[in-house]
Design a protein around this ligand. Sequence first.
Ligand code: PLP
Length: 399
Amino acid sequence: MQRLYFDHNATSPLRPEARAELERWLDAGLGNPSSVHGSGRRARSVIDEARERVAAALGVREGEVVFTSGGTEAIGLALRGAAAKLAPGTALATTTIEHAAVLEHLRALRDGGHPLLELDVDGEGRLDVERAARACAELGAGLLSVGVANNEIGVVQDLAGLRAALERAGVRPVVHTDAVQALGRLPIDLEQWGAQLATFSAHKVGGPVGVGVLVARGGAALEPVAVGGGQEMGFRAGTESAAAIAAAGVAIELAVAERAAYAERVEGLARRLWAGLEAGLVGARLLGPAFEAPDARPARLPNTVNVLTDQGGDLLLARLDLEGVEASAGSACASGSIEPSHVLLALGLDESGARRGLRLSLGPDTTAHDVEQLVDIVCRTCASLVEKQGTTGGAVGGP
Ligand code: PLP
């Protein structure tokens, strides 16, 4: 059976150029990058070259790029590392819809004595930046973490607006942004976003699993989390995976170079997908902002369609899997559990609604034919569940 892969926000397949780079260096007998002999020096130069590529792609300096084992570790280093430099008891702030990697690191810091403010979002997932800045000023927040784009519903936050609002409110927290889902899909502009710290993950853009990037701009004050051999400018100890880092460098460089054309194409497909589902599923609702943005700023990720239906949830996902469709109910870490999505709860859905989102995330290999087939299969599968459950498929709950 042909598989229809619609889970690129969870992970996107290794792209051929990254695979070629990985194989090239796996077979090259690289040594430990910290060794002074020839094989070690070769490994070091492979990492240096990858750092150059990533820095150029992200518009930062090479010395600002720290490689980690993935997005989660990069986020942990950013948040724990920055918090360790704050005075004890300094407040931290974030939003209620961040990825678990952000929320759980911050909640651990809260348990360690830093008050934590989790800012609400509106029914489409948007943060009110003026309110956020005022709250940060009142609290004297020392660290603020707001993701560029949400992995479940694709909402894009107004980080440039947040930066301006923070300035107006006269507060200067260290700003971290989880840019894992933005990479290769939105323009990356850390300066405009006012972010000193930003985190990325290679496997979301066709790089290998197991390579993350922390950008720490302008000598952002950070305490290392993993200590030992002093690798990665002392920020992240542990022998680097040179071949995987090289492949990640290639994937990130290409994702950024191809972004504009890719985003335009994939957004066209995502719009067709939503139009097909809206026409074929009674009462279906698009979660997150509409495709038609009110201003020039992108309101949503171009590749993400999360649909609320009466039939959504684990049973629908399992049925779709049997039909060859691979999708998700939320973040990959949470799918497989029956927990309601914290993101959908934050939009104001009740517990039942927060279990019924169907996240369909498109990628570079998605075709118009795939989208047509997907629409057909989702509509048929939902209809058969309606028959089985004897439900009417009426309008769904929540705001
Ligand atoms: N942040 C966001 C928004 C994500 O979507 C993910 C992956 O699901 C992560 C962080 C974690 O990245 P990684 O899987 O590389 O640890």
